[in-house]
Structures are given as structure tokens and as C-alpha cells.
Design a protein around this ligand. Sequence first.
Ligand SMILES: [Zn+2]
Length: 333
Amino acid sequence: MIVGAVGISAVYQTARNRPPIAYGNLSPESIAKFNKKMAEAGDQGSLFVLEQLVLSQWDNENDYGAQDTAGWTHIEDDRFIVYYKDDLNNVWKQNAQLTLRLANEAIPQMKAVFGKYTYPEDINGRKLPIYLPPTRSQYGETISILYGGPTDSEGSLGMTIYKVSQSGYLPMGIVLLKDIFDKNADFCNSLVVVLPHELSHYVYASLFQFSDDCVPMNWVKEGIADYVAGRNPQVQGQDSVDFIERYCDLKKDFPVEKGNFSNNQYWAGESFFNFIKEKYGKEKVNEFIQSTYTISIDSALLVTFPNKDMHREWVDGLKTNAPSNQAIALTNE
Ligand SMILES: [Zn+2]
């Protein structure tokens, strides 16, 4: 999985005459810090590796889905490869076609929010693999294979797996749970929501300039993904607003909770972005998100919203909206 013998220059020379995105200043200490932080936040999808990755890992011919023994077939275009398993009624072929179409349709919105979309030419020619395992057990198995070790995918509807090394950003792929293709799935647990959510992770991580100062916040990452997907209804319930007021400090990761307030990184995170959009316009959301690629969360808040207490404004805004019902807790890696 990891090979450390290839130097940056060799990578460059064979990289179709363009340099890879290089994180030249990723120190062993900062990589250890990222991995620890991601594990604490319950993030199963990101893997930071010390060694440089070899260029051949970017080639889709070496994808897990392209291995003869793995039993996948695929459809592809210039940007995506969707891996699925054949069935007699072509159900999964149709699901793959729908996935390919929706992935392409999501690109303009990604560009708007993240400032740009990450095309194959930005990452050594690699097309983004999307896997559609037909069973729950194959879902978990596919995730573990892409990740390169055991992972806990229980409760998730999709997963975006990538590696960051000194050789650059390597998306291993998006894996989608079969349930989201169910015609009776709730809107917020369906392909039209989960796919843009996962694509947001793919784009955000590719643009993020990992450094000692800049460690991704889970509420930013999940909140913006749900915002892009338009997943959660307004925050509802006085207890949810109270929870946000007490515990959702924008300068820190939101707490990992069980019960009513589980997944607050998702619904509370989205609520913050919805609030910004309503009060300051969607350009402000984009500006804030794009600032988090290169500067700390404290600086991003300060630069985008000078002289403002955004937590206070957000909570006051929620209180004004007179929430009434229970919080909705959703899970989606
Ligand atoms: Zn997510």
C-alpha cells in the first residue's frame, strides 16, 4: 500500500509532465497530529501516510475495482468510474448510470461553494472511483479494502476515502450503501443527498492545504457537505438550540455525543452555514469555506467576519426562528 522508495523528482517525471500536488512541508509530527485528530473525531475516511505514494497508485488500472478477481464491472466518463456488480435485471447498471449522471450534475455547485472542482487533470489524471456494493457486508468490506485496514462503517450511508502524503492527494474512492438507492428511502438518506455530500468531501479534502496550522474541523467538513446536499431541515426544538448555545463553539470541534444530539457536526454545522447564507448571502459561505483551506479556524472566522461574535449571532438567529419540534439526528460519514 505504501512505498517510500520513489523520490519526488521521479514522481514528477512520470506524472504526465505535470507536478503532483505536493505537501512538501508535511512533517511526521503534523501527520501524526492529523491522524490522531481524525480518529478522535470518529473520521474513518481519511488516511495520512508518512511515505510518498508511488505514481502508479493514481492510475485507475490499479483500482481495487479493476482487479479481475474482485468481480466488479464499471461504466466511466472523463471524470468518474462507477464500479458495480452485474445482476440479471440490470438493476445495478441502472443505479450506476444514475450515479454517473448525478455526479456530473453536482459539479457546478461544487465549483460555486469550493471555488473550483477537482478534475482528473488536477490529481495526476486520476478519475474518481465510485463503488456501489450490492450488499451491506460488501459495503463494509470495500471500505476496509480501500482504506487498507479495518474500519468501522456501521451507521454510515457513504464514505469517501483518501490518502494524503508528500506525493499529493490520492482519492481511493467513494463507497455508497445500497439502502440509498431504495425507492422508498427518505430524501435525506437517498442518493440525491448522499452523493453530493460525499463529493463535497472529495473536493474539500483535495483543496485543503494540510499544515501544522491548518487541521480540518469535523463540523466544517460535515456541515458544509450537508449544506451542499441540502440535507437537514431547520434546527428544531428548544433543546437543540440550547445544545448549540452551550456546546457548539465554532473555534473547536463540536462534541461527539450520543442520543438526541448525535451527529451535531452534521445538522448543527449545516445550520451555521444556512444561517450565514440567510444573513450575509451565499458568497459569504463560500468565502469562509475557501479561507479554511489555508488558515486556522480562528483566523478564518476573524477574516471573514471581522468584529463579529458569530456564535452569538447564530444562536440569536435560531432563537428568533422559534423552533418547536425535536431535533433530527442523522448519520452519514
Ligand atoms: Zn460526511
